[in-house]
Every structure is written in C-alpha cells, then in structure tokens.
Design a protein around this ligand. Structure first.
Ligand code: EPU
Length: 414
C-alpha cells in the first residue's frame, strides 16, 4: 500500500468474529437445524464449520448471503482434534456444550494467536464445580459428566471464554448455576439471547452475575449475530488517522463508548446514525492514553490500532495492556515504519511522530495486522504487510473495503 489517501465513504460491519464462533458452538446444544445470520466471511468461521462437521454436524455456509445453517445430529461426536484446535483457540468453546449435551468432550489443548499464555484454569475449575471430571492427557483436555448439576461459580477474572463455556454447560445442568464476576461483553449478551431463544432460563444478562436455571432440552433457532464492535472500532480509527470521513453502517456506538470517547479526545467528530455512526476528522489527532480492561473497559482488541494512531499523533501517550502480555510484540514491526514506542512490561509509551515511512512489516496476530495496515495507510511511500492470513481471521474483505474508501492498497500473494 502507498500511504497518504484520506479514507472517505461507507463500510458495512458484519457480525462479530468473537460471537459467531460461540453461536456456532451453541448450536450443538440442540438437535436439529440452527441458522445464523450476519455471519462474517472470515477464516475462523470456516475452521469452526470444519470442527462441527467432524462432530457429525452438517454445515452449510452461504458466504454471499452471510448465513450458516448447522444441522446437529441426535448424538454428536465428542472429539475436537489438534489439527483444527491449533489453528483457532476459540475451538475450546465446544467444551461446555459437548460435556452438557453428550456427557464427554475431548478437546485438544489450543494454540491460536501468539498473544500470551492464555490459561484455561477458570474453564476447568468451573466445569469441575458443575460436576464434570476434567483431566488432561496426551495433549487433550477431557471432561466427562453423566449429568452436570448447578453450582455457584466465582471467576477470578471476567474471562470471556470461561463465561461462555460455563454458560453453555449450565443451561443443560440440573438445577441453578450462578456465575459471579462473569464477563459482560456484547458477545456474551448475544450468546445469552440466543440461548434464551433456544429455551434456556438466564437472569442478569449483561451484568456480572448470571443466574441460570437448567432445562432438560433446548430447541434450534434462527439468530442474528451482533455487529462486530472491533471491526467497527478499527474503521473509526482509520477515519481519524487518515483525517477522513467514514460512515460505519451497522456499527453500534453503544458497544464502543470508551473507544469513541477517546477518539473525541483526539479531536474526531462522531455522529450517531439510526443504524451506525459516522467518524470524521479534519486535523492531526492528539495522542490519548488508554488502559485495556474487560468490557465495558477499553478493549484489548483495539489496542494495536490505538498504538498506531498515537504513533502519528501530536504529543505522547501511555498505553497499558492488562489482558495479554505479548500484545506489544507488534511494536517492533511498527518501529520499522519509524514509530517511536517504548515498552516496559505492560506499559507502552508512544511519542507521536509527524510522519511514518513505508517499509515491509509482518503481522503477528489479527489485531496487530490491522494496526500495521492502518499505520501503512498514513506512512510515506510503500508499506508491505506480510503474513496477512492473520488479518483474514477477523476482517472480511478488508482490502476491498479499503479500496472502496479510496485507499491505495492491493493484495498480493504472500
Ligand atoms: N485467562 C486465564 N485463565 C482462564 C481464562 C482466561 O488465565 O481460564 C486469562 C487469559 O490468559 C488472558 C485473560 O484471562 O490473559 C483474558 O482471557 P479471556 O478468557 O477473557 O479471553 P478469550 O476468551 O481467550 C476473547 C476473544 C479475544 C479477546 C478476549 C478479551 C474470542 C475468540 N477471543 O478471548 O479476541 O481479546 O476475549 O476480550 O472471543 C481477537 O479477536 O483478536 C482476540 C484475541
């Protein structure tokens, strides 16, 4: 790509990567045909579809229509193999539904993004409280339970993945489960709404205490995926960095309050629309401090994009990363474009530069990749981002959308 163009126009935000994968896993909880809509055309959906097929489901993905239909058999399988799980850590989310529905889940220990250690202790401890026997053998996490029972669970930290797995297990457990210190992300609300439509009883949706009354069986449903707030936020940052004007159709500003407030702090104008919002900018941004935290705090999945933004802003900013220790790895790559970022533990001091200069760089994970593309869009000369398959995991038609907004960018074989 060659930097320097203002991005102007409209982009449509698809359903959220971090929701659809869990909604697909939730389909395992009911025999029959589940349909999911607003499905993003991303690699992780294809991987999850393959995982469900290996569990005996029939999965039909209509990429252009943005729908996935999953036909779940009476007795799904229970094994999620390493070759798929290593490609996508989110595969772990079949653990809860399988143990609840089939009585056993053997899930290979995950790989996924290289962004930190990402333990599974809360998943394991919670399932154990629900009555599962959980062991680890030959690289597999094995959970078994003839019948799960309700329990009180306190999470040490509001983990998104643990909250989802425990929710999906508890809806078919006998009795009442309370999950305290639960995650509250819009993607958690989305899965709760789908489970309720399937016949589950869940109180406290959107709060940090979820109370679930187990039921005997659930029914398949049709469900619309919540819009991707991280994709929406990435477009918002793109508008600010390029001093552009982007209408983010379907984006929900209510899911991005802190991030949008930070952009206003940079000098951006934000206008709420009936279905979406518009971000415009007419000057060099001012640097803004950010601290990542579980929702409703500032999302870690927008941290690399905001480092890229601060790198070209006026002034200096402190960025504190509290979720994934290795998420600063990409600043070395940003440094190749001339960014001035100094990291110390989970803090990064970013001193804004008036210009970056294009260079070859390498994406290390999906959000780092997005951050590097944003930086390349404002750097002088040509930037080449390698390993773009990471970006494909979370952004559908990213290059095409950028072209439509007037970016000078092309995709080449990596
Ligand atoms: N953690 C533990 N033990 C556990 C569970 C989590 O120590 O049992 C730690 C992790 O090591 C990490 C922190 O808790 O340091 C946060 O983990 P969490 O479980 O909340 O995250 P996740 O479910 O693994 C999801 C998203 C991430 C997003 C985080 C935080 C999916 C597929 N992934 O991960 O998305 O960053 O929540 O919001 O939903 C991305 O999209 O780029 C991405 C990495």
């Amino acid at each position: 790509m060659v930097g320097g163009n203002r991005l102007v126009g409209t982009v449509r935000v698809p359903g959220a990567k971090n929701s659809i994968l869990k909604l697909m896993a939730a389909s395992l909880l009911a025999e029959g045909s589940t349909t999911l809509t607003e499905v993003p055309d991303i690699l992780d959906v294809t991987i999850m579809a393959e995982l469900l097929r290996r569990l005996g489901c029939e999965v039909n993905q209509d990429v252009s229509g943005g729908t996935v239909r999953i036909d779940v058999p009476d007795k799904p399988g229970h094994q999620a193999d390493y070759d798929l799980v290593r490609k996508m850590r989110a595969s772990i989310c079949v653990l809860g539904p399988l143990v609840a529905r089939v009585g056993e889940a053997d899930v290979a220990l995950p790989g996924g993004d290289a962004i930190g250690s990402r333990g599974l202790d809360m998943h394991v401890n919670g399932l154990t409280r629900l009555g599962a026997e959980v062991t680890s053998e030959h690289g597999f996490l094995i959970a078994k339970a003839a019948q799960l029972h309700g329990a009180k669970i306190w999470l040490d930290f509001p983990s998104v993945g643990a909250t989802e797995n425990l929710l999906m297990a508890a809806v078919l457990a006998k009795g009442t489960t309370v999950i305290d210190n639960a995650a509250r992300e819009p993607e958690i609300v989305d899965i709760c709404q789908m489970l309720v439509a399937m016949g589950a009883t869940i109180e406290g949706i959107g709060s940090s205490t979820l109370e679930i009354e187990g039921v005997e069986a659930l029914q398949p449903v049709t469900h619309r995926t919540v819009p991707d707030r991280i994709v929406a936020g990435t477009w918002a940052v793109a508008a600010v960095m390029t001093q552009g004007d982007i209408t983010i159709d379907q984006g929900d500003p209510g899911h991005l309050e802190i991030a949008l407030d930070k952009l206003v702090g940079c000098g951006a104008m934000i206008e709420e629309l009936p279905v979406g919002f518009r971000v415009s900018m007419d000057r060099r941004p001012k640097a803004v401090d950010i601290v990542t935290l579980p929702y409703p705090g500032f999302p870690t999945d927008l941290q690399p994009q905001f480092i890229a933004l601060n790198a070209i802003s006026e002034g200096a900013a402190m960025v504190t990363e509290n979720l994934f220790e290795a998420r600063f790895r990409f600043v070395h790559e940003l440094g190749r474009l001339g960014a001035d970022v100094h990291t110390d533990g989970h803090h990064a001091l970013v001193r804004g530069r008036s210009r970056l200069s294009g260079a070859p760089v390498e994406a290390t994970d999906v959000r780092a990749g997005a951050g590097l593309v944003l930086a390349g869009l404002v750097a002088d000369g040509t930037t080449t981002v390698h390993e773009v398959h990471h970006i494909d995991r979370g952004y559908s038609g990213f290059v095409e959308s950028l072209q439509a907004l007037s970016a000078d960018i092309t995709r080449v074989d990596d």
